[in-house]
Design a protein around this ligand. Structure first.
Ligand code: AMP
Length: 279
């Protein structure tokens, strides 16, 4: 696996491969890799000639400095995992390589960045689009792979791609879960054994809604999920919403629409998110 640290190095290296006619698949991450990330690498390998992964803990998408500070960074272990997954290129830049001091960025996202996660984390999706735009510019991938785990993030990045007419196709990859259903996340390592059990309530609330679909109204199912989470020990509910799968600004989807349920909750010191496409 080639490890490159600067924008010019990676641009030049990939340009050469593109000239030879090779397709580029890109998997951006913040590291602390788990099976969820590795499933994206595997899907990228199936569809592209060259797979590029980036590891960069992006400061502009954190609105809590403590959260940024305690974000796990097991880089040696990540490199070993990427090598085992036969990833071709790792882009591993320092902060100064990606940002000039006091850089400004704002992209109008039609309100998509201001609801759900965006409500709780103001500016988060501006930071996400800022870094993904920069990464796309130096990698110039044909396909970019993102997890359904961050459902709203996928929609936000798709919005950016559409608005700026970026020449890349996004691929949404399924959520990889632990055996008991907990969605894998780099943040799960912060959970104590007790919190780990409590965290299962997020997945259970989504299943509750999925199982009741067609028998009760969406409003009733949403209320059931909220009540369930409010009574789950050690879980502090952020939000539980049911939205149109293709338009998260629509939280009153019609019966014939594809819908998604999205949940966020605090478990101990750790904030967790999960979602399920319901039909
Ligand atoms: P992160 O390192 O958290 O920024 O995640 C990098 C990419 O991995 C994003 O596209 C995430 O949606 C994806 N990802 C994270 N967790 C999972 C998971 N459990 N299953 C599938 N994809 C995931």
């Amino acid at each position: 696996m080639k490890i490159l640290n600067t924008r010019s190095e990676i641009s030049e290296y990939l340009l050469q491969l593109k000239k030879e006619g090779q397709s580029i698949g890109f998997v951006p991450t913040m590291g602390a890799l788990h099976q969820g990330h590795l499933s994206l690498i595997a899907l990228a390998k199936e569809r592209c000639d060259v797979v590029v992964c980036s590891i960069f803990v992006n400061p502009t998408q954190f609105n809590d400095p403590k959260d940024l500070e305690k974000y796990p960074r097991p880089i040696a272990q990540d490199i070993t995992q990427l090598q085992a997954a036969a990833c071709d290129v790792l882009f591993l830049p320092e902060i100064g390589e990606m940002y000039a001091p006091n850089e400004q960025w704002h992209l109008h996202l039609d309100g998509l960045d201001e609801l759900l996660e965006g409500l709780h984390r103001p500016g988060h999706y501006q930071g996400v689009t800022q870094i993904v735009h920069k990464l796309f510019a130096c990698v110039q991938p044909d396909l970019a792979f993102f997890g359904q785990k961050d459902y709203q993030q996928f929609q936000v990045i798709q919005k950016m791609v559409d608005k700026l007419a970026l020449p890349v196709t996004l691929v949404m990859c399924p959520i990889i879960r632990e055996r008991d259903g907990l969605a894998m996340s780099s943040r799960n390592i912060h959970l104590s054994a007790h919190e780990r059990k409590n965290a299962l309530a997020l997945y259970q609330s989504l299943q509750l809604v999925k199982n009741g679909l067609g028998q009760k109204s969406l409003a009733a199912l949403k209320q059931e999920a909220i009540t369930f989470l409010q009574h789950s020990p050690g879980v502090e509910l952020g939000y539980f919403e049911i939205c149109a799968a293709t338009d998260l600004t629509n939280n009153q989807p019609a019966d014939d629409m594809s819908i998604v349920a999205l949940v966020a909750a605090q478990v101990g010191q750790t904030r967790l998110i999960d979602n399920m496409v319901l039909n």
